[in-house]
Design a protein around this ligand. Structure first.
Ligand SMILES: NC(=O)c1ccc[n+]([C@@H]2O[C@H](COP(=O)([O-])OP(=O)(O)OC[C@H]3O[C@@H](n4cnc5c(N)ncnc54)[C@H](OP(=O)(O)O)[C@@H]3O)[C@@H](O)[C@H]2O)c1
Length: 489
């Protein structure tokens, strides 16, 4: 432990007191440390500490990080004053080809061995998932090693336990890349806005869904076509459920609630709806009405101290900064008492942008190790969570109804009985319902269908849901198209 800390500080453990001018070293025999290689010697000449890194995972993010560490270490050291040395890389398959020169000699399938290796000072976890990542991260933290992780699933489900372990061991657990990839968001919230009274954090934190919605709006393709295009370009997984159904964004919303509000929130606490029911007609109606549909992660505090944490498609006014965030970009809009409004925008995914965020954390963790410091602890407390029923906002409602007299009056009656007042209404031609193979076409003699689009004044979600329940019972209402919440002030 002493040898590892000394090594991290770039110290030469000679007889007598530790020298800061001494070179980075390896342990030759117990208590004696020697220079490792040319980079160590160069770092030593400049009085730079060398910090040794163990990497868990060498996929999209790990490969990009390994490339940076193996090919750009000198420049990083010039910029930061710390020599980062990649020592071992744990993967599942030792035989898979890795597109990083020089990485083969570092590859191992023994991830626990990497965590336990006394020659490793800092562990970077970019393997993803909960198991074995959780056990490995806990083992590293408990043995006094700082950890950098990009793993939103792990943090959104076990963050409390991991931050406690880091705090107990007095080491860093940094996770910039876990939300919005390359966008320096966590650091902005934890450091720059540390004392700010934040009201609301609202973000486009999933690039896949933003790409799909952008394509639907720009080229008029339907959801399935846009998804297929995203998959062919590598923006969406073969199984896109985690992205399109909002699970990925919900994990990030939980982490945002932790960091921006200090609230104990896990992924399962987050109200969640995905984009798979957003239709081309909704996108087109949104455009006519002056909105853009985005999948938003929203965390907002109420005057009573409760917190709303939710993920759902939302009508964003075209003039709002989030409305112009297109393709696979991520952006997070923050509103606070003193700071007012600000937005951070950038690449939310992809190997190199995510590795850039991991590298920033790694430099911080390495620096803290060399000065025996640690990042401020993330203080989490129980906060009452506001159920979605208590949400009050305006709504976009699309209904497919029989095109006959008296229908509007029946709908208006239902809306009125539930205290939902209408701000605007428009009618357009309904798209014919899809014909399912093997089923008869709709009877041409059947009365025609109208598509009604309403935007309401602010109303409570519970009233709107009760109203939808009544509307479904009406003979004239063929189906509810969609209900989309409107972003308000
Ligand atoms: N990709 C992004 O754009 C992005 C953005 C932000 C955050 N993240 C997060 O970063 C993490 C990594 O994402 P990724 O896209 O790089 O994942 P990935 O491409 O699937 O890579 C995962 C890596 O971990 C290794 N691995 C998996 N299970 C292992 C085990 N049990 N033991 C040893 N090695 C194991 C895999 O080994 P093999 O190569 O041998 O299969 C692979 O190298 C995830 O938590 C993800 O949520 C990713």
């Amino acid at each position: 432990m002493a040898a590892r800390a000394a090594r991290a500080r770039g110290c030469f453990l000679a007889k007598g007191p530790i020298s800061w001018l001494a070179c980075p070293v390896i342990e030759a025999t117990e208590g004696q440390l020697l220079p490792r290689g040319p980079d160590d010697v160069a770092a030593a000449a400049l009085g730079r500490p060398t910090v040794r890194v163990g990497l868990l995972g060498c996929g999209n993010v790990g490969t990009a990080l390994a490339r940076l560490l193996l090919t750009d270490a000198r420049r990083i050291a010039d910029r930061t004053g710390i020599q980062l040395e990649l020592v071992k890389v744990a993967v599942r398959s030792a035989t898979k080809e890795r597109d990083v020169p020089g990485v083969e000699r570092l590859i191992t399938t023994d991830a626990l061995g990497v965590v336990r290796d006394p020659a490793i000072d800092v562990v970077v976890e970019v393997m993803g998932g909960i198991s074995p990542a959780r056990d490995l991260v806990l083992e590293a933290l408990r043995s006094g090693k700082p950890v950098v992780s990009a793993n939103k699933e792990l943090l959104a489900n076990h963050g409390g336990e991991l931050w406690d372990a880091a705090s107990a061991a007095g080491v860093d657990l940094l996770f910039e890349a876990s939300v919005a990839g390359g966008v320096p968001l966590i650091r902005a919230l934890r450091e720059s806005l540390a004392g700010e009274r934040i009201h609301r954090v609202m973000g486009i934190v999933n690039g896949t869904t933003n790409y799909i919605l952008t394509r639907m709006a720009a080229s008029g393709v339907n959801y399935q076509e846009a998804l297929a295009e995203a998959q062919s370009l590598g923006f969406a997984e073969r199984d896109p459920t985690a992205d399109v159904e909002g699970y990925d964004a919900a994990a990030k919303a939980a982490i945002l609630a932790n960091v921006a509000f200090g609230a104990k929130v896990v992924a399962g606490d987050v109200y969640r709806e995905g984009i798979s029911r957003v239709s081309g007609q909704d996108i087109e109606a949104a455009r006519r009405l002056g909105f853009v549909i985005k999948l938003l992660a929203v965390v907002e505090s109420d005057a009573d101290g409760s917190l709303g944490v939710r993920v759902h498609p939302a009508m964003v006014p075209q003039a709002h900064p989030l409305a112009s965030v297109s393709d696979s970009f991520n952006a997070v809009f923050i509103e606070g008492d003193a700071v007012g409004q600000l937005m951070l925008l950038g690449r939310g995914a992809g190997g190199p942008p995510t590795a850039s965020a991991v590298l920033g954390d790694l430099v911080d963790a390495a620096h803290n190790l060399t000065v025996k410091g640690v990042a401020r602890k993330l203080e989490l407390r129980e906060v009452p969570l506001r159920p979605i029923d208590d949400l009050r906002c305006a709504y976009y409602l699309s209904l497919f109804v029989a095109d006959r007299s008296g229908v509007l009056a029946a709908i208006a009656g239902a809306l009125g009985r539930h205290s939902v007042s209408v701000r605007s209404m428009e009618q357009d031609a309904a798209e014919p319902e899809p014909v399912v193979a093997g089923l008869a076409r709709r009877d041409p003699a059947q009365e025609s269908e109208a598509h009604l689009v309403f935007v309401t004044h602010p109303a409570y979600e519970r009233d709107v849901q009760a109203c939808l329940h009544e509307l479904r019972q009406l003979d004239a209402v063929r189906r509810i198209g969609s209900l989309v919440r409107v972003v308000g002030p």
